[in-house]
Design a protein around this ligand. Structure first.
Ligand code: NAD
Length: 270
């Protein structure tokens, strides 16, 4: 996948989650190092162990940080620490996120839920992007390991969703946050495209992770929705989303910035 550099992935402490799948994919595809960040310290240890399993022959340095992505000062400190310890920072994946449904819809959404979802999904993404971009802009571009094309100073991938491009019922705060993540991605990509820093968003459709499967009621409703609304008639696997992330991170997407890559089994084509 042409990702020889150093990666930082948030939301990488969820066993069977998308952030974890991204961290594993970077390690498997030959990244020199992966920094994993999450609020779930135990989950990070599990991800670290999984990475060790998939990289037995190829050394991949792993750094783990338990942090709350909404803590602006701590995010800035950790991103700098990662860049210092790795020596540079090539790929940043903003996968930490939460989803909340508002019973009754927008008219009844609680301010507390609204603030929490916006804080984690949007503000957290902004804090990481800002700290990482400032570092990436100062480093030498890395060349593609495949064909040596002058590649990029850095590549940032923000997690939006199909709910970043369409509305889904009872999801006031989440849909708003995921639309805003695309806006953040587009403006930041414009800021730095000419300087070799690429910023893209990924928009997964229904994907089988703890976010979607931990509540049996939510899962049942989702399975029905998948059957009727997803042309492929199945949920995605975390690794299928991670493959999109790796494409956006590495050399094969060297002419791609400001995009929102939909990986959704056809959901938004209807
Ligand atoms: N699963 C899906 O169907 C789906 C669809 C579209 C988009 N997404 C997005 O993909 C991303 C990954 O989701 P997932 O399905 O793997 O969910 P997940 O719940 O399995 O993983 C999310 C991770 O984010 C971490 N996290 C939550 N709040 C945090 C905080 N304040 N600070 C640090 N870490 C925090 C959690 O601990 C967890 O490890 C999210 O941004 C989500 O919105 C998921």
């Amino acid at each position: 996948m042409d990702v020889p550099g150093y990666a930082l992935v948030t939301g990488a402490g969820s066993p069977f989650g998308i952030g974890t799948a991204c961290a594993l994919a970077f390690a498997q595809e030959g990244a020199a190092g992966v920094a994993i960040l999450d609020i779930n310290a135990e989950g990070l240890e599990a991800t670290k162990a999984e990475i060790a399993k998939v990289t037995r022959d190829v050394p991949c340095q792993v750094l783990a940080y338990a942090l709350n992505i909404t803590d602006e000062a701590e995010v800035t400190r950790v991103v700098h620490d990662v860049a210092t310890r790795f020596g540079r920072l090539d790929y940043v994946v903003n996968a930490a996120g939460i989803a909340i449904k508002h019973p009754g819809g927008s008219a009844f959404a609680k301010t507390e839920d609204w603030n929490r979802v916006l804080d984690i999904n949007l503000n957290g993404t902004f804090y990481v992007l800002r700290a990482a971009a400032a570092i990436m802009l100062e480093q030498e571009p890395i060349k593609s390991s495949i064909d040596g094309r002058p590649l990029q100073r850095g590549s940032i991938i923000n997690f939006s969703s199909i709910q970043g491009v369409v509305g889904i019922t009872l999801s006031t705060a989440y849909t708003t946050a995921k639309h805003a993540v695309i806006g953040l991605t587009r403006t930041a990509s414009e800021d730095y495209a000419a300087r070799g820093l690429r910023v893209n968003a990924i928009c997964p459709g229904y994907t089988e992770t703890p976010m979607t499967t931990k509540n049996p009621e939510v899962l049942k409703a989702m399975e029905e929705r998948v059957e009727s609304a997803v042309p492929m008639k199945r949920m995605g696997a975390p690794r299928e989303i991670a493959d999109g992330v790796l494409y956006l991170a590495g050399g094969r997407s060297s002419f791609v910035t400001g995009s929102a890559l939909v990986v959704d089994g056809g959901y938004t084509s209807r």
